[in-house]
Design a protein around this ligand. Structure first.
Ligand code: KIV
Length: 266
């Protein structure tokens, strides 16, 4: 399969085929996720929490995001690699936004960028798209706005709030975004947004009617247990499996079972 492009995202939406996305943050998992055949790999700013151990996504820097995106890009051949624009890399000015989006393409090997926000970031989205850089938008629960939202809360629950999200989605499509992440909102609202757009919606806690789904890799694999949102489905228990493997290795060293002649040179 050739590398997934923005046309591939559009075609899958038109054909009613679900888009599959997941995050990754390094070379080893980038390879595994690519081999699994996902349409897109987001190097999400969630790495601040699941890789760096921070309380939220706000502190992660452009240089750190570029570093991790580079590691993933080095491994990935078929999926679209999307770099996540970190807090304050696009909010201050349109010029900042274009320069930083371009750094993801030039310095980290990404094929697109993701940017959080609604109508307030339309000038940034237009300018990045004008610079020939594909943009994935992100509305609903936008973790970079955690302090305004008062925590990681489901968005769009009132009629008024839902209306704003519907309008924001349309504005982002008109601004040139090629797809849009819908995070933590009622399924019926996400279904309405999905039906009203010609670009693909990618849900995370937004129900089954989105054009595709994304989850955080460490949640899917059961590696990160500090904070597990309701919308996560755990497909493996790697924290437990890893712990058991490490305990066994330690015990075998202590009891002299490892290394045996098999792992030794004659
Ligand atoms: O940072 C991230 O991983 C994200 C996805 C969860 C959509 O923004």
């Amino acid at each position: 399969m050739a590398r997934a492009t923005i046309q591939h995202f559009r075609d899958k939406k038109q054909k009613g085929q679900k888009l599959t996305l997941i995050t990754a943050y390094d070379y080893t998992f980038g390879r595994i996720v690519d081999e699994a055949g996902f349409d897109g790999i987001l190097v999400g700013d969630s790495l601040a929490m699941v890789v760096q151990g921070l309380d939220n996504t706000l502190p992660v820097t452009m240089d750190e995001m570029l570093y991790h995106t580079r590691l993933v890009s080095r491994a990935v051949e078929k999926s679209m690699v999307i770099g996540d624009m970190p807090f304050m890399s696009y909010q201050v000015s349109v010029e900042d936004a274009v320069r930083n989006a371009a750094r993801f393409i030039k310095e980290s090997g990404a094929q697109a960028v993701k940017i959080e926000g609604g109508s307030e970031i339309i000038p940034q989205v237009k300018a990045i798209v004008r610079a020939e850089i594909p943009v994935m938008a992100h509305i609903g629960l936008t973790p970079q706005a955690i302090y305004r939202m008062g925590g990681y809360k489901v968005q769009g629950r009132t009629e008024e709030a839902g209306k704003i999200l519907i309008e924001d989605a349309k504005k982002l499509e008109d601004a040139g975004a090629f797809s849009i992440v819908l995070e933590a909102m009622p399924s019926a609202l996400a279904a309405q947004i999905t039906a009203s757009l010609s670009i693909a919606t990618i849900g995370i806690g937004a129900g089954a009617d989105c054009d595709g789904q994304i989850l955080v890799l460490h949640d899917v694999l059961g590696l990160f247990e500090r904070f597990v949102p309701k919308f996560v489905k755990k497909y493996a228990g790697l924290k437990t499996e890893t712990l058991n493997a490490l305990k066994q290795y330690k015990e075998e060293v202590e009891t002299g079972i490892f290394p045996s002649t098999k792992e030794s040179f004659q």
